[in-house]
Design a binder for this molecule. Structure first.
Ligand code: PGA
Length: 254
């Protein structure tokens, strides 16, 4: 059984003060419940504060939204894996579609970051997903296959089990337009089949694949009830601690 993983991707939102208020409400809502893995992914500026606030909390883990693959040096504006580890960050989102489209990250860059994260014992949440034009053009499997092979190139089967994949159809991110549970399940099943082909079936069965794209309390249960959907990467609805807690609760029963 794969334990579900529900993550709050705050993107470029949340000051330290706002994050503190969010955590207070979230912890009141979910208590000590640990039926699913919960991850908060603040912007870099709030990571130290969130780390401090979660230091005595067992059931909520910390993630980062990005990192650079080099260890240190003249890379203005970038953050290394070691800097994240020092703040007890466990997960790092890599290759989010906003990084790929707005900041031009290629599968090769995502692959180098994935390697660097694993080498520093961070757990990468590697994002993949097709655009609307690619879906309309019947290219979903081609795109996902290329992103999986490119972004995860060179990983051993053991390393693969350390990562989380996030299937986020670009047309569903922040648009209010969610993939139907059947559409999402089809994509997730294809992703797992591809992992089984490139690595092996037992390894593919262990990998958690999150769905992302306009996940809300209202659609969480039906999405999380699909056999190959193992959690959610939540943007907009994760800015409201009560909505996020509802998503966690709806996922726990699935
Ligand atoms: P959304 O974002 O929930 O606002 O669609 C999801 C994401 O980009 O991770």
């Amino acid at each position: 059984m794969r334990k579900k993983i529900i993550a709050a991707n705050w993107k470029m939102n949340m000051t330290c003060g706002e994050a503190a208020g969010f955590i207070e409400t979230l912890l009141r809502e979910i208590g000590q419940d640990d039926k699913v893995d919960v991850v908060l992914i603040p912007p870099f500026t709030a990571i130290a504060k969130v780390s401090e606030l979660l230091s005595n909390v067992q059931n909520v883990k910390l993630g980062a939204q990005n990192m650079y693959f080099e260890k240190s040096g003249a890379f203005t504006g970038e953050i290394s894996a070691a800097m994240l580890r020092e703040l007890f960050v466990r997960y790092v989102v890599l290759g989010h579609s906003e990084r790929r489209t707005i900041f031009g990250e290629s599968d090769e860059v995502v692959n180098r970051k994935t390697r660097a994260a694993l080498d520093s014992t961070l757990k990468p949440i590697v994002c993949i997903g097709e655009t609307l034009a690619e879906r309309d053009g019947g290219k979903v499997e081609e795109v996902l296959g290329r992103q999986i092979r490119g972004s995860l190139a060179g990983l051993s089967a053991k390393e693969l089990t350390e990562i989380v994949l996030a299937y986020e159809p670009v047309w569903a991110i922040g648009t209010g337009r969610t993939a139907t549970p059947a559409q999402a399940q089809d994509a997730h099943a294809f992703i797992r089949k591809t992992l089984a082909q490139v690595w092996d079936a037992p390894t593919a069965e262990k990998i958690r694949i999150q769905y992302g794209g306009s996940v809300k309390p209202e659609n969480a249960a039906s999405l999380m009830g699909q056999p190959d959907i193992d959690g959610a990467l939540v943007g907009g609805a994760a800015l409201d601690p009560r909505a996020f807690a509802q998503i966690i609760k709806h996922s726990a029963g699935q």
